[in-house]
Design a protein around this ligand. Structure first.
Ligand code: AMP
Length: 225
């Protein structure tokens, strides 16, 4: 049986986190838990959480730690996650969220936190070109669009530019990343839980690098490949 995994993936917006998390989720057969996807689903369904989140998300600001951690605690308590683990994408985003996450998981711990490293100039170009399916969240770009007329290849939904991928919101999101999220990298590093992976090159190359650091860590901890 494929062993499960409890992983957090960090990286600036546009570092390729979403793509890599989906691949890791298939590789380790564990749920991909993305706070951004959960919130976008809540906005679409018009739930009370979605109504609170919508404007904050569109402007590129962060939701409150309490709101996010309540949502995540509920998700991490579900059976699929308890049985197999998770690939956590988009959370934690602040040191306070990381502390709350450790409390939620205790007595278990994370296997590893992966930071996908990429330069800001490169993510700005990627984000400006990014397009997503409004229904299923599949990722495209202006240079690799869906086959037919901005209609999603996966589900037939409309492929659009995310409101928060527009220039002003991108700038705000990257600024918040530096102030709030970058300190997390050090926080995990001093706890010996961090692995840095270069986010450059093809998605396949990045996936190979990530899986290698996870397997190396596993080998060190358990002696098993
Ligand atoms: P993402 O798709 O991860 O970039 O998330 C989209 C938006 O959802 C963010 O810009 C925030 O407004 C909100 N969001 C997602 N995750 C979090 C989080 N962990 N803490 C606060 N806000 C979040």
């Amino acid at each position: 049986m494929v062993p499960g995994a409890r992983l957090v993936v960090l990286g600036k917006q546009g570092a390729g986190k979403g793509t890599q998390c989906v691949r890791l989720s298939h590789h380790y057969v564990v749920p991909h838990v993305s706070t951004g996807d959960m919130l976008r689903a809540a906005v679409k369904q018009g739930t009370p959480l979605g109504m609170k989140a919508r404007d904050i998300m569109d402007s590129g600001e962060l939701l409150s730690d309490d709101l996010i951690m309540e949502m995540i605690a509920e998700r991490l308590g579900e059976r699929d996650v308890r049985d197999r683990g998770f690939i956590l994408d988009g959370c934690p985003r602040t040191v306070h969220q990381a502390e709350a996450l450790a409390d939620i998981l205790a007595p278990l711990d994370l296997d590893l936190v992966i930071d996908i490293e990429i330069q800001t100039g490169q993510v700005l170009r990627r984000l400006a070109a990014r397009r997503v399916c409004a229904d299923c969240g599949a990722n495209y770009s202006v240079s690799s669009p869906p086959l037919i007329n901005w209609t999603c290849d996966v589900c037939g939904g409309e492929v659009v530019q995310r409101e928060d991928d527009k220039v002003e919101a991108i700038e705000r999101r990257l600024q918040l990343y530096e102030v709030q999220t970058a300190p997390l990298i050090e926080w995990y590093e001093v706890r010996g839980q961090l692995a840095r992976v270069a986010g450059t090159g093809s998605p396949d190359a990045v996936t190979r690098r990530i899986i290698k650091v996870i397997e190396d860590r596993r080998y060190k901890q358990t002696g098993m490949r």
